[in-house]
Design a protein around this ligand. Structure first.
Ligand code: ADP
Ligand code: MG
Length: 352
């Protein structure tokens, strides 16, 4: 069990521009935290500061009440798995998992007990005598996980550990890591650029952009009430539709079409950007708000993604089921009004 506290942490490499700006956050014990954001936003930098592999330019990192800024990596009691985990090619799976414990000069009988238990948790029991070259990608990834968790440290850091795996394996390992977390009772910081991983794995998500926290929240909070347009657009696939709108006498008008949705407490003639998730545009033959024209389709099986156009506006619609349309078909649409998100046109922040 462990709690991590980040107090106004900033980081610059070689006295350049800060790449992490005022990172301020507290985990709870045993939380699964996911840092998500586009490439280059500073996710790995924060992880390296936690690990003691990069120094902290200003601010404080506290783990379980102890300031860690100047504590060497080996004294921080961390387990780490990175994207390019390198297994020792000449060692067996058993030896790879045992390596860290051996370095710590633990007793042989203890090592054996721990390795066997970890192998069981990670599904490697039958593979212990193999060498890495005789394993599949997913099995190798599991050895990397096993090697990290065998040391039984209270803090677990993972930096894009699944990005080298194929799509199917990624989905499976996602689930395995989530279950593993529940068994291990560690506080986990997991870094990814993949919003699906963030949504499916996190207790809480931290969305980062250009080294600054955009929002902290549960997957539900982030999806339903994104703090700004960046978060709204980054989380969710396909991406949210963003339309020009206006609020007049509390009624929301989208691209000139008055809707029957209203919002209280809004300044009148407030220009706004309106976010509508693809699943909240609904095909509605009987009482449509607008008639769009089908441009293109993507058949996913369980769902169909429809790309359509209304006047000059491009719309993405996600509809359940296998649908067939042809380019040029009329597409009557209405909105799930309570899910409309309004953003200030200038600041791009959500209007609540
Ligand atoms: N060792 C380094 N020296 C200088 N700049 C770096 C170094 N490592 C990362 N950066 C810069 O810091 C920013 C954040 O990088 P990084 O933390 O790797 O982002 P992410 O992991 O989110 O892709 C980027 O602009 C990157 O170019
Ligand atoms: Mg990175």
């Amino acid at each position: 069990m462990a709690q991590l506290i980040f107090e106004h942490i900033s980081k610059s490499y070689h006295s350049g521009e800060p790449v992490i700006k005022d990172f301020h956050f507290e985990t709870k014990e045993q939380e699964f935290i996911v840092f998500v954001g586009p490439s280059g936003c500073g996710k790995s930098t924060i992880l390296k500061m936690i690990a003691g592999l990069e120094n902290i330019t200003s601010g404080r990192l506290i783990i379980d009440g102890r300031e860690m800024n100047n504590v060497p990596t080996r004294e921080r009691n961390l387990s780490m798995v990175f994207q390019n985990y390198a297994l020792y090619p000449h060692m067996t799976v058993y030896q790879n998992i045992a390596f860290g414990l051996k370095m710590r000069k633990e007793k042989k009988t203890d090592i054996k007990k721990k390795v066997l238990k970890t192998a069981e948790i990670t599904g490697l029991t039958t593979l212990l005598t193999r060498k890495p070259k005789d394993l599949s990608g997913g099995q190798r990834q599991r050895v990397a996980l096993a090697r990290a968790i065998v040391c039984d440290n209270p803090v677990f850091l993972m930096d894009e550990p699944l990005s080298n795996l194929d799509a199917k394996l990624r989905t499976q390992m996602r689930r395995e890591i989530t279950l593993l977390h529940k068994r291990l009772a560690t506080t986990t910081i997991y870094v990814t650029h993949d919003q699906t991983e963030a949504m499916t794995m996190a207790d809480r998500i931290i969305v980062l952009k250009d080294g600054s926290i955009q929002q902290v929240g549960t997957p539900h909070e982030i999806y339903e009430t994104p703090a700004n347009l960046f978060v709204a657009s980054f989380i969710g696939s396909p991406a949210i539709n963003v339309l020009e709108g206006k609020v007049e006498s509390n009624v929301i008008t989208i691209d000139g079409i008055p809707t029957h949705f209203s919002r209280e407490n809004l300044k009148n003639t407030n220009e706004a950007l309106i976010g509508i998730r693809p699943e909240h545009l609904i095909i509605d033959k009987y009482n449509p708000l607008l008639i769009a024209t089908v441009e293109d389709l993507e058949t996913l099986g369980a769902d169909t993604i429809i790309y359509a156009k209304y006047n000059r506006i491009h719309l993405t619609i996600k509809a359940p089921g296998l649908l067939s349309f042809t380019k040029g078909d009329r597409l009557p649409l209405s909105l799930a009004g309570k899910h409309l998100l309004l953003f200030d046109k200038e600041s791009k922040k959500i209007i609540l």
